[in-house]
Write a protein that binds this ligand. Structure first.
Ligand SMILES: Cc1cc2nc3c(=O)[nH]c(=O)nc-3n(C[C@H](O)[C@H](O)[C@H](O)COP(=O)(O)O)c2cc1C
Length: 351
């Protein structure tokens, strides 16, 4: 298995110059078509020491694929086969929508980053439902959002929960995309409580766990307020974080594009917010860390800072899908150098 993974990564580094001659969104589309055409391999067997129990779910590897790659739930099977411990599909909105005008996705190669302003382009929840029915070989989360032209965004989330709960291992309420104007206002006090109450009611008893995905661009008092709302409304975890609208120093020619920045330059902000949320939750609410995770060292530090799971997207653009398995292997190697018997014991150990 190790050799197969090394081969995949070598193959991707050979293909990369060719892939990078294409516009980023076109390359993404082609990769989805390629994955759909190939038979999905069986997921690898991970060392049991890597397993994490979160919100009643057992994750065989803590390294997941973040939302936005498999927006329409087309390739979660192949991605599980490539070695992701879980895959989050979406963001899916109640009705299909085209998203923003193209070009709207940019590789910042010199910065190992991506800027996107896709704007929830997706074929809608109904279309994804059929693909999500039936057996699958791993955990698949469904990330839901609101339509841009919706008159009642809270109702969109409630509708998404009701519709997608039967086919989701977990649901993510995404209120942190910077590319739908006004969406992030739902993170504010009164609106957040109203939203989470509606989500709880829509899920009902016996529905899947629900995670809330937040932006990294928060004020100092925000984590405490968000955690309080999450606890008050029975939300099962927080994904920290989505892309940032801030611009740390960047070197690539696309640096001034509008949109959400992800990848390496997001890492320190994502880590800072993870630490802020962990300080507030004290380990009581599971945290999932995303933002600039590029290798096993990054993943290890996030886990030690309080993350039970990690997710990535941008690093896969630069290193290919073999990165998930490579990070899991590296986590195991790091774990073996500590006094901990399982990765779960390392969660929050450096906090
Ligand atoms: C091209 C692109 C599209 C994305 N689309 C979504 C999305 O639809 N929903 C969502 O919650 N996050 C979306 N994200 C954010 C990622 O899920 C993730 O939170 C963020 O990119 C930080 O992780 P990374 O630095 O590993 O990419 C997208 C990111 C990228 C790069």
């Amino acid at each position: 298995m190790f050799d197969q993974q090394r081969m995949r990564m070598a193959l991707y580094s050979l293909l990369r110059p060719l892939v990078f001659t294409l516009d980023a969104e076109r390359a993404h589309k082609l990769s989805i078509a390629g994955l759909k055409a190939l038979p999905a391999g069986a997921p690898p067997v991970f060392d049991p020491a890597l397993a994490m129990e979160v919100a009643g779910l057992r994750f065989h590897s803590p390294v997941g694929l973040a939302a936005g790659y498999d927006k329409d739930a087309e390739v979660f099977g192949p991605m599980l086969g490539m070695g992701f411990g879980f895959v989050e599909v979406g963001t899916l909105t109640p009705r299909p929508q085209a998203g923003n005008p193209k070009p709207r996705m940019f590789r910042l190669v010199e910065d190992a980053a991506v800027i996107n302003r896709l704007g929830f382009n997706n074929r809608g929840q109904e279309a994804a439902l059929a693909r999500l029915k039936g057996p699958r070989r791993g955990i698949v989360g469904v990330n839901i959002g609101a339509n841009k032209d919706s008159a009642d965004r809270i109702r969109d989330y409630a509708e998404g929960v009701r519709r997608m709960a039967p086919v989701a291992d977990y649901l993510t309420v995404n209120i942190s995309s910077p590319n739908t104007p006004g969406l992030r206002n739902l993170q504010a006090g009164g609106e957040l409580a109203e939203l989470l109450a509606a989500v709880r009611e829509a899920r009902g008893a016996g529905g899947p766990p629900v995670f809330l995905k937040v932006a990294p661009d928060l004020d100092e008092g925000d984590p405490i307020r968000i955690v309080r709302a999450v606890s008050d409304h029975g939300i099962d975890g927080i994904i920290v974080s989505n892309t940032t609208i801030t611009r740390p120093p960047l070197g690539s020619r696309h640096r001034d594009e509008t949109g959400g920045l992800s990848g390496k330059p997001l890492a320190s902000l994502a880590m800072h917010q993870l630490q802020a949320f962990h300080a507030v939750t004290g380990g009581e609410v599971p945290l999932i860390s995303a933002g600039g995770i590029t290798d096993g060292g990054d993943a290890w530090r996030r886990i030690c800072a309080g993350a039970s799971l990690v997710q990535l997207y941008s690093a896969m653009v630069y290193r290919g899908p073999g990165i998930a398995r490579a990070i899991a292997d590296d986590l195991l190697r790091r774990l073996r150098q500590t006094r901990f018997a399982t990765l779960a014991e390392a969660v929050g150990s450096s906090a």
